[in-house]
Design a protein around this ligand. Structure first.
Ligand code: ATR
Length: 282
């Protein structure tokens, strides 16, 4: 039986053990998957010990994704672009290999589960922290027309768009920033087809400031966070006329499926696990 685990702090609410156990059962893979609580001081030691004791792979969540990339011997380009890793793989020759499946998880959820195409669309990305950075490269690669980044602290939005400018040029995507204060009165430029909330405002029960003018007629509001009830961002979006509301539960399941595939070489079906999680949350 191969052993896997998720490392985080706190970790007791993690859905990953349920998700990966369901994937294993569905695909007939012989593995166990546990949650390991590791504060920052002991994270690296905990991961190394897990691998030394025979662990085959791990997921890493808040607040250790940057540290996970740092401890790895090698990393995929998408993990390097994200500056963070959510997936670790212990290779046969004893090396730790890092990947980041968050971005592809978001794109799969949008395109496969919800049937949305990003090509030629205008996207507003709210937030410029780790979550925003983790999804920006795959968003650019999906070839929208434009991505506008707005963040409470303007300098972080500027730094993010500067860092990803070369990639945006390569994919012919217009990548700009918008001052936070302008989110609430903004009529000058075309509205957005997709507004992604990558801030952690929901954790404080709040939402970025929004206005009716932000939303195109068929606009989609997508929150990377999820919960039993619509997040504050999704409730505000609905009030302002967003056509569709989607939370991050599907992204959670899709990033897990991509990790599972990396470890086991088998792609699980995500829809039944997504439905089971939705039922559990309710
Ligand atoms: P994460 O990994 O969740 O992105 P992070 O790197 O700490 O965590 O970034 C948190 C993001 O949420 C940032 O964009 C932060 O804005 P600042 O850069 O101005 O701090 C944003 N954020 C957190 N709380 C917020 C709130 N109450 N309102 C608006 N934005 C918030």
């Amino acid at each position: 039986t191969d052993r896997y685990a998720v490392f985080g702090h706190p970790i007791h609410h993690s859905k990953s053990p349920f998700i990966h156990s369901a994937f294993a059962q569905q695909t007939g893979q012989d593995l166990t998957y546990t949650a390991i609580d590791a504060p920052a001081e002991t994270f690296t030691t905990a991961v190394r010990t897990f691998f030394a004791e025979g662990g085959k792979g791990a997921n890493v969540t808040v607040p250790h994704k940057e540290a996970a990339l740092a401890l790895a011997d090698d990393a995929t380009p998408r993990a390097q672009e994200a500056g963070a890793a959510n997936t670790l793989l212990f290779t046969a020759d004893g090396a730790i290999y890092a990947d980041n499946t968050d971005g592809v998880g978001l794109i799969r959820d949008l395109t496969n589960r919800w049937g949305l195409s990003l090509e030629g669309k205008r996207i507003l990305l709210l937030g410029a922290g780790g979550a925003a950075k983790g999804i920006l490269a795959p968003l650019i690669a999906a070839r929208p027309r434009a991505i506008t980044v707005a963040n409470r602290t303007a300098a972080r939005a500027e730094a993010l768009t500067t860092a990803f400018a070369p990639l945006a040029v390569r994919f012919d995507v217009t990548l700009t920033t918008l001052p936070w204060a302008q989110l609430v009165h903004r009529e000058a430029t075309p509205p957005f087809d997709l507004v992604l909330n990558a801030t952690s405002a929901s954790l404080a029960g709040s939402t970025p400031p929004l206005s009716r003018a932000l939303w195109a007629p068929d606009a989609v509001a997508y929150d990377l966070m999820y919960g039993a009830t619509p997040t504050p961002f999704l409730m505000a979006a609905q009030q302002q006329g967003a056509a569709r509301l989607i939370d991050g539960l599907g992204m959670l399941v899709e990033q897990a499926a991509e990790s599972f595939w990396l470890w086991r070489g088998v792609r699980p079906e995500t829809e039944p696990v997504f439905q089971a999680l939705r039922t559990q949350l309710a």
